[in-house]
Design a protein around this ligand. Structure first.
Ligand SMILES: NC(=O)c1ccc[n+]([C@@H]2O[C@H](COP(=O)([O-])OP(=O)(O)OC[C@H]3O[C@@H](n4cnc5c(N)ncnc54)[C@H](OP(=O)(O)O)[C@@H]3O)[C@@H](O)[C@H]2O)c1
Length: 268
């Protein structure tokens, strides 16, 4: 009998992370759950042990704390039972760019990008060496949409997509699966944390539907899973356009429309 890998989930105390925990427990995986709110993690862990008869460990950690982050990195490096990393913890942006303080910018970028990257980097060498393992990074469709007025949050989520695409190219030949999951509006506490009443949104996906769809993509070993995207070809077209653009980058010379005017036309 093969033992299922343990799943390590950040931001597991609520919303998407807690739902991933519930779904992987149902599939029979042991879990390591990470977040700041220990009592919520303990309650979830007790419920999952009872319902699914799996081992659930709780690690209280603030991913913006250097000491906490480094302890989690050590755990990911050393614990060979951990075979799936769900890089889910994230924080929203409240207010526009002009309303941000140094602290809110620092926290948002540290949690949404630095912590996610460092955890992936801690586990990737072990996965690459064993030729197995999965890294799931939770991005957002906001990463496609500067129009939404969440410039810093969106930039962190564009980072998550790019990082996942790059990691896929580097790690999939070594047997490591990388997935970027891009939700749109999903009913979780993130909206309250951003100071927005979720009930004022025109359309919202329920969190169970979001995670179940993400897991369909996971089971298919899809690189980019966008549960709310109803025309899958849109993603293929976007990625195709990107590759087309790259094929027209010629490094030796500036494009014709950037060539300075002929010498005779120039004022000296
Ligand atoms: N809901 C949406 O509409 C939506 C859409 C697109 C993308 N997403 C992304 O989905 C992911 C999960 O968000 P969610 O919607 O499920 O929101 P959520 O319910 O607010 O969950 C966020 C989780 O992150 C944890 N967390 C926050 N700050 C942390 C920190 N400093 N250290 C450790 N853990 C921290 C929270 O737990 P503690 O407070 O206990 O630490 C919580 O478990 C995020 O990356 C978010 O950007 C959400």
């Amino acid at each position: 009998m093969t033992t299922l890998p343990t799943v390590f989930i950040t931001g597991a105390s609520s919303g998407i992370g807690a739902t991933y925990a519930e779904r992987f427990a149902r599939r029979g995986h042991d879990l390591v759950l990470v977040a700041r709110d220990k009592s919520r993690l303990d309650n979830l862990a007790a419920r999952l042990r009872e319902a699914s008869d799996v081992a659930v460990e709780v690690l209280q950690a603030d991913l913006t704390s250097p000491a906490d982050l480094s302890a989690l990195e050590t755990r990911l490096r050393d614990d060979a039972r951990i075979g799936v990393l769900i890089n889910n913890a994230g924080t929203p942006q409240s207010g526009g760019f002009l309303e941000q303080s140094a602290e809110t910018i620092e926290r948002l970028i540290t949690l949404n990008t630095t912590a996610l990257t460092r955890l992936a980097a801690a586990i990737a060498p072990r996965f690459a060496q064993s030729g197995t393992g999965a890294i799931v990074n939770i991005g957002s469709v906001v990463g496609f949409a500067p129009e939404f007025g969440m410039s810093i949050y969106g930039a962190t989520k564009a980072f998550v997509l790019f990082l996942s695409q790059g990691l896929n190219l580097e790690l999939s030949p070594k047997g490591v699966y990388v997935q970027a999951v891009l939700p749109a509006s999903t009913r979780t506490e993130i909206w309250e944390r951003a100071g927005i009443d979720v009930n004022t949104l025109p359309e919202v996906m329920e969190v169970g539907e979001l995670v179940d769809a993400a897991l369909v993509g996971f089971d298919r070993r899809e690189l980019v899973t966008i549960p709310p995207l109803h025309v899958a070809e849109r993603w293929d077209a976007l990625d195709g356009a990107r590759q087309g653009l790259m094929s027209d980058i010629r490094q030796a010379h500036a494009a014709e429309h950037y060539q300075p005017q002929a010498r005779g036309d120039r004022k000296n």
